[in-house]
Design a protein around this ligand. Structure first.
Ligand code: SAM
Length: 451
């Protein structure tokens, strides 16, 4: 176990120091000093997946946010693999306080969503009502996003993998709420990410501001009249934050006044231009957030029920019975949804999945998807792994157990679904997805990660 982090030894970029001294005046010195202090580590608990951990200090602005005393090796914690918590920077969890001041959406878009910290937070808030389209154009980041959405186990997310322009052309004025957590120069990450320090330059800052300027018109096009835009970054400079205000005004957006408790330490910018977490003033890293509303009157979206499939779904027996499910075949796989889809769903470009990905039927065999292992109340036959068995399972080894008659068994740890085992005669084959398998050596003796 290593301490959460140590004092930074790489110096802050001199141009950054100069720019901050100019922008922050007397407040520059303590803030720059704070940027050389260790970063704070934190997690956000899944509200429906309980697991044991010691009493951790609460993040004041999120009911499930917890600060870590030490940063454990997450790879060796089965609860991490079960999606029982998300490792998320504390300041950005303030999004919870922000969304609680907005109407709940029927259709929301997270436009730059990977790896999924804010999408999973939005999903917790939506409580499986309405749809969240999580979009990420960069392929390898889109994969990480998909893994995290599946592990979070909700039935109301869908994912696309396109640039905002393509979405704006295909489904304009579709979102009641759109989050743009923009790609940025990452000044707020200087304490936890040495690379963010190394790569920072005025040029990078200008490039990021240009990228944001190019994304924002498409973001606004995607929002319904009367709908909301949440714009956030993890950087401090004005160019990438309130510097976009004139553009947003010209696109028919109006700023929305947000209220945050003074006790949190965030600074409010004048004229409803948002809130910012400065180093040393908030227990977390740097974060900026503002909300804008699109002019016009909000019109209720017509929803349509998902097309039912002609074939019977081979996975329906695994779905929790207390919910009315609609199973559909799409793109050579089976999906379960529990509420109507928006009428435009089939026009969403680059759609990767929607609802719960149940699995595939191949050559007469049904192969369940990992997603199904993470939903609450999955009624597949289960096998409970103990502390000795669980990490070898996550490493891809096949455990030795009594043979079972059912073809697929859900491997769980402390009641939390992890993945699938395939029965093969008198043994099991490990069906845990290859890319998720633990590659590091498992220590002979493991300590409790939370102590
Ligand atoms: N919201 C994410 C979370 O909480 O986990 C973090 C998002 S990160 C700040 C910004 C994301 O924007 C990155 O995943 C990046 O790949 C993506 N991105 C880069 N260029 C983009 C573009 N032109 N349009 C949309 N997203 C872009």
């Amino acid at each position: 176990m290593k301490p959460s982090s140590s004092v930074r030894t790489e110096p802050l970029p001199p141009d950054f120091i100069e720019a901050c001294t100019k922008a922050w005046g007397a407040e520059a010195e303590p803030r720059l000093l704070a940027l050389n202090q260790p970063a704070v580590s934190s997690i956000r608990l899944h509200p429906q997946k309980r697991f044991s951990h010691s009493t951790l200090e609460k993040v004041p602005w999120h009911p499930e946010g917890r600060y870590l005393v030490q940063r454990p090796v997450f790879t060796l914690d089965p609860a991490f693999h079960a999606g029982a918590y998300y490792v998320q920077e504390a300041s950005s969890m303030v999004l919870w306080e922000v969304i609680n001041q907005l109407p709940k959406p029927k259709f929301a878009i997270d436009l730059a969503a990977a790896p999924g910290g804010k999408s999973t937070l939005l999903l917790d808030w939506m409580q499986e009502k309405g749809w969240l389209l999580a979009n990420e154009p960069i392929p390898n980041r889109a994969l990480a996003l998909q893994d995290n959405l599946k592990k979070w186990g909700y039935s109301n997310s869908m994912q696309s993998r396109v640039y905002p322009e393509q979405l704006a052309i295909a489904i304009p004025e579709s979102a009641d709420l759109l989050l743009l957590d923009a790609p940025c120069s990452g000044e707020g990450m200087f304490r936890k990410d040495a690379f963010a320090r190394q790569q920072w330059s005025f040029h990078l800052r200008t490039q990021c501001a240009k990228t944001q300027t190019s994304i924002l018109p498409d973001a606004v096009k995607l929002i319904k009249p009367g709908g909301h835009l949440i714009y956030s970054t993890c950087t401090f400079n004005e160019h990438e934050n309130l510097g976009h205000a004139d553009l947003l005004f010209s696109l028919g957006m109006r700023p929305v006044q947000l209220n945050l408790s003074e006790d949190f330490g965030f600074k409010q910018l004048p004229n409803s231009m948002g809130w910012i977490a400065y180093p040393g003033e908030v227990k977390g890293e740097g974060f900026y957030v503002a909300v804008w509303k699109k002019e016009g009157t909000w019109v209720e979206e017509e929803m349509e029920v998902a097309p039912k499939s002609a074939n019977s779904c081979p996975f329906s027996a695994y779905l929790p019975e207390h919910v009315q499910w609609n199973c559909m075949e799409w793109n050579s796989a089976w999906y379960a949804i529990r509420q109507p889809l928006p009428s435009f769903w089939s026009r969403i470009p680059g759609l990767q999945f929607l609802g719960i990905c149940l699995g595939k039927s191949e050559k007469g065999r049904s192969i369940p998807d990992a997603h199904l292992a993470f939903i609450s109340g999955c009624s597949a036959p289960r096998l409970s792994l103990d502390e000795v068995q669980v990490l070898p399972y996550l490493k891809g080894l096949a455990p030795v157990f009594k043979p079972q008659s059912e073809p697929w068994i859900l491997a769980e740890f402390n009641g939390l679904g992890l993945g699938w085992l395939k029965t093969a005669g008198n043994r099991f084959n490990n069906a845990y997805p290859q890319p998720w398998r633990i590659r590091m050596d498992i220590p002979a003796k493991l300590s409790n990660p939370w102590l």
